[in-house]
Design a protein around this ligand. Structure first.
Ligand SMILES: [Zn+2]
Length: 364
């Protein structure tokens, strides 16, 4: 199986278009055309991961954190990053990162954490902008059903819990076919008036190639008339963090105890006690302190994430219960999520979670 085929499945689930502008998700080392027999999953690519991949004959490593994030000026074997790059190339390994593209997919890590602690009505905390586009096409009335079905089938027309969303209005199109043309209706060199439907629908940008391909195949005109608009709408299926509510409100310490049990945590850090019941819960895997203002704005009683600074604990006393569950602890589920995506799509392919990776943070 080619690296390209594996990555295609991952990006259907966690499209690169969802990643943050500062990120470097995607194929970092190696070729899309390489044939591989096994995938190894981890959070961070280390020397041990490279050794494990070589030993297990895994040609592709899929990590959560990008091995190359900031620009690099040299590759020095005396640094961890430099050595890993050199060893990966020496052993002909490919390395791919699904980082904020995975984080910003609401059904991935954050959705998993939210479901695991029993949240209901789970929504994205800060929906992403710049992901949605609008397609408008003009089609003879007798062919519009075929075009609509094809375009919806390729992933257009989803708004929240609704699918097949579009707007259709009748009008009259005009055109004059040249001598070289082969018009579906009308005559060459004569101005033609055709009853057409203006069909418009919304789609996420990563579906565009497929949508345009089926539009061109299903539309009867030799030259398909269509427009693409960039939208500023928020996309509620993608973005940073999630928010949801408990079915029944809980005391703060019962809540802390519950998340420790459900997420298998030895220890958590938290700020002051609010002395109020917990109902609305916001969370973000990894380092999510930048979302505290959004959690407060949406009236969350608690915000769960990691890597809070001293001032976050101080500034939010009495305002919101902040719980730090650890960076690794919050993101370790990424490996299981990617594994289940690949196994579902390519059941016979070997996908293995690293057996050597451990939390780099130790507690004493
Ligand atoms: Zn992280």
């Amino acid at each position: 199986m080619k690296v390209r085929d594996i990555i295609h499945e991952i990006e259907q689930f966690a499209p690169l278009a969802y990643q943050e502008s500062y990120d470097n998700s995607g194929l970092i080392i190696g070729s899309m055309e390489k044939d591989i027999k096994k995938v190894l999953l981890c959070l961070d690519v280390s020397d041990d991961i490279i050794k494990e991949a070589v030993e297990k004959k895994a040609g592709l490593i899929i990590a959560h954190h990008p091995l190359i994030f900031d620009s690099i000026k040299n590759i020095n074997p005396l640094t961890n990053q430099g050595n890993v790059i050199i060893e990966a190339i020496k052993h002909n390994l490919c390395i791919y990162a699904s980082h904020t593209s995975l984080d910003n997919t609401n059904s991935s890590i954050n959705g998993y954490l939210a479901e695991n602690i029993g949240l209901k009505n789970i929504r994205v905390l800060v929906p992403k902008e710049g992901v949605l586009r609008k397609l408008v096409t003009f089609c003879p009335a007798d062919s519009i059903d075929k075009v609509r079905t094809a375009v919806f089938g390729a992933g257009a027309g989803h708004i929240g819990d609704y699918d097949s969303c579009s707007y259709n209005v009748s009008g009259q199109g005009t055109f004059k076919a040249s001598e070289k043309a082969n018009p579906y209706v009308g005559k060459k060199n004569e101005l033609h008036f055709e009853e057409e439907i203006r069909f418009e629908t919304i789609y996420p940008v990563h579906k565009e190639k497929e949508i345009l391909s089926v539009l061109f195949k299903s539309h009867p005109y030799e030259e398909v008339a269509y427009d693409i608009y960039t939208l500023n709408n928020h996309y509620i299926n993608s973005g940073s963090g999630v928010i949801g509510s408990l079915e029944e409100e809980m005391d703060e310490f019962d809540f802390i105890k519950m998340i420790k049990e459900r997420l298998g945590l030895k220890v958590v850090k938290h700020n002051n006690v609010l002395n109020k019941k917990i109902r609305t819960v916001a969370l973000c895997s990894g380092a999510g302190s930048f979302l505290i203002p959004q959690a407060l704005k949406k009236q969350a009683d608690v915000f769960i994430s990691s890597e809070f600074k001293h001032n976050h604990y101080i500034d939010n006393q009495g305002r919101i219960l902040i719980i730090d569950i650890g960076h690794y602890e919050s993101e370790q589920f990424a490996k299981e999520i990617i594994k289940s995506v690949l196994i579902k799509k390519i059941p016979k392919f070997a996908v293995e979670i690293s057996g050597t990776e451990k939390n780099p943070v130790n507690y004493y």
